[in-house]
Design a protein around this ligand. Structure first.
Ligand SMILES: CC(C)(COP(=O)(O)OP(=O)(O)OC[C@H]1O[C@@H](n2cnc3c(N)ncnc32)[C@H](O)[C@@H]1OP(=O)(O)O)[C@@H](O)C(=O)NCCC(=O)NCCS
Length: 153
């Protein structure tokens, strides 16, 4: 389905067949990427896993869980070739729609304080910092905290 005024031609649920192409984007996007097994488990347990594809190329994807009134963004990622074109913003707006339809009233996510692009994106979309998990993420040297962000759906 089209998701607004971005270059994204098609946003559709991710299938097991998309996993290799999604993992290629994951691996160039994170210092500590998810494994293929984590991604496959997210699809298997029924999380909202969506991929934005244009002409067979993965432009971006997201994974979100929704349960007991809470939505959690577990992963949102844009292929480096398609960044700064509004795709992440469009996908997150779409997530709000999806979460609302499934009865969530709050959306949460965790982010590394060093991830300037993501922190700016979330603040721009109206998320507020509501907490911090000490030493949550593995980092090049030791560990890094996670900021917890939330916004009403
Ligand atoms: C963070 C990420 C998802 C942003 O994707 P994107 O499609 O480039 O973001 P958008 O084009 O929708 O940007 C929306 C806004 O976010 C902010 N933003 C995005 N990238 C930014 C950057 N590199 N530096 C500063 N601000 C940035 C800006 O406010 C931007 O609005 P503007 O372009 O009008 O200034 C992308 O950089 C990415 O995939 N990073 C690697 C994976 C990751 O860190 N995911 C988040 C994990 S918590």
């Amino acid at each position: 389905m089209p998701i607004g005024d971005t270059d994204c031609r098609t946003l559709r649920p991710m299938t097991a067949g998309d996993v290799p192409a999604v993992m290629a984007v994951e691996n160039v996007s994170y210092t500590h990427p998810w494994t293929e097994g984590i991604l496959r488990d997210c699809i298997r347990v029924g999380y909202s896993c969506w991929v934005c594809i244009d002409d067979g190329v993965v432009m971006g994807y997201f994974v979100m869980s929704v349960a007991v009134g809470e939505a959690h963004i577990l992963n949102v990622c844009v292929n480096p070739k398609f960044r700064r074109q509004g795709l992440a913003r469009a996908m997150i707006r779409f997530m709000f729609r999806l979460a609302g339809e499934r009865g969530a009233d709050t959306m949460f996510l965790e982010v590394r304080p060093s991830n300037m692009a993501a922190v700016t994106l979330y603040e721009d979309l109206g998320f507020n910092e509501v907490g911090r998990r000490k030493n949550y993420y593995p980092a090049a040297r030791g560990h890094e905290d996670a900021l917890i962000f939330a916004r009403a759906v």
